[in-house]
Design a protein around this ligand. Structure first.
Ligand SMILES: CC(C)(COP(=O)(O)OP(=O)(O)OC[C@H]1O[C@@H](n2cnc3c(N)ncnc32)[C@H](O)[C@@H]1OP(=O)(O)O)[C@@H](O)C(=O)NCCC(=O)NCCS
Length: 145
């Protein structure tokens, strides 16, 4: 979690230093006329979670340059609890590949399903908006946290 002091930037970070899980309830404003959440709205939630993950990993400004393998597997209905999870999968030089999974939860039936998946390619940027090197991704999870 962020602190008040400004730590030095590490060269390597673990997956669990940038993981994101956000939750919300699907609202009528998010949905079409048959009560299913718009794909674009789901993409917006996913992009936001991926960007937070990339910002935590890089401590830089970030921009999404590519979204791959988008799958909408189950309709999210108004009233469902929506769980959006983003995890750093790979880094290259300035780019970060973030895997995002969206789950729907019906709290009445207690059924949880994977609703959407995608891969976000996000670039770290310096203060001038130019691509900037990001920390490598450690191969193991940090178990001391
Ligand atoms: C982000 C941006 C400054 C990068 O500029 P660029 O000239 O493409 O930079 P580079 O060619 O040096 O590429 C930077 C990295 O991104 C990767 N990349 C850029 N575009 C990519 C694409 N379409 N698909 C996959 N990778 C891409 C490059 O492979 C490189 O990765 P690496 O450094 O890890 O090897 C520019 O593409 C941009 O401003 N795009 C618009 C972003 C945006 O507005 N997104 C929506 C709002 S967040």
């Amino acid at each position: 979690m962020p602190t008040n002091s400004t730590p030095t930037k590490p060269n390597v970070k673990h997956i669990n230093e940038s993981q994101v899980v956000t939750q919300l309830i699907a609202q009528p404003k998010d949905a079409n006329t048959i009560g299913s959440v718009f794909g674009g709205t789901i993409m917006y939630w996913m992009d936001m979670a991926a960007a937070i993950c990339a910002r935590r990993h890089s401590n830089l400004r970030v921009a999404t340059v590519n979204v791959k393998d988008v799958q909408f597997k189950e309709p999210i209905k108004v009233g469902h609890v929506v769980i959006i999870a983003a995890e750093m999968e790979k880094t290259v030089r300035t780019s970060m590949s973030v895997r995002v999974k969206v789950q729907l939860e019906d709290t009445y039936t207690q059924i949880t399903k994977v609703a959407a998946l995608a891969q976000f390619l996000i670039v770290g940027l310096n203060e001038s908006g130019k691509p900037s090197a990001v920390p490598a991704l450690a191969e193991t999870r940090n178990t001391s946290q």
